[in-house]
Write a protein that binds this ligand. Structure first.
Ligand code: ATP
Ligand code: ZN
Length: 214
């Protein structure tokens, strides 16, 4: 393994992709991002960019296969991987919320006691419920969570919300926000001294870009 370059993992295609690429470019790092590529070399900075599914990024960073990654805090926290969160990036802001059927009576989190809740974030949900002394039946499902209550699969959902329109269009109302998220840069805990120095340079550039925007 080359200890003198930074391997940066970003989402291949999805809500984080465009802003992640933009940030790297705004830091003055140039590379050829030919469509469909899984890996590309930067031409003017000792870095490689890996294009991965967002859910896989924390694991790759923990293992040191990638040295840095850009993911939603929601994904990083849910993964429970042993990585450092080195910087908040200010994009892909969203929240993880609990929704119930619009016509359901809801007076507070204790009303979830004994209920079934469908989610792709079982760990974050479990932590939240535990901190409120509520025990519920958590159904982990991998997609289309919002449809669960209307087809009788669960009493409630816990999913990513930004405007709330997806909840509304599935006959749900948002009743609790359990986590607020934005894109973050995560780093491996096993960087070489050269990689740590490259990370410091990159963070300096990112902060300058952020200051210039505000
Ligand atoms: P992949 O195929 O890489 O697994 P995905 O479908 O899991 O992608 P996306 O929907 O692209 O993921 O979302 C990636 C991240 O963007 C989420 O984990 C979250 O942090 C953030 N995000 C999700 N939905 C929104 C939204 N509506 N607005 C802003 N940010 C969002
Ligand atoms: Zn994903």
């Amino acid at each position: 393994m080359n200890d003198n370059i930074l391997r940066i993992a970003i989402q291949k295609s999805g809500r984080l992709s465009e802003d992640s690429l933009k940030l790297i470019k705004e830091c003055g790092i140039r590379f050829d991002n030919g469509a469909g590529k899984l890996k590309t070399d930067a031409t003017n900075f000792p870095a490689e960019i890996l294009f991965l599914r967002d859910d896989d990024i924390p694991g790759y960073v923990e293992d040191g296969v990638a040295h840095l990654g850009i993911v939603g805090e929601n994904v990083s926290e849910e993964s429970c991987k042993d990585v450092d969160t080195v910087h908040k990036l200010g994009f892909s802001k969203c929240r993880l919320s609990i929704g119930v059927l619009r016509e359901a009576e809801y007076n507070g989190v204790q009303d979830l006691q004994g209920k079934s809740i469908a989610t792709t974030y079982p760990r974050l949900l479990e932590q939240y419920l535990k901190s409120h002394d509520v025990t519920a039946d958590i159904h982990e499902i991998s997609g289309s969570v919002e449809i669960a209550p209307s087809i009788g699969l669960a009493d409630a959902v816990c999913d990513i919300v930004s405007s709330g329109s997806t909840l509304l269009s599935n006959g749900l109302k948002e009743v609790e926000t359990i986590f607020r998220s934005e894109a973050v840069m995560i780093a491996s805990k096993h960087l070489s001294p050269v990689q740590q120095d490259l990370l410091d340079q990159l963070l300096f550039r990112i902060k300058s870009v952020q200051v210039a925007k505000n």
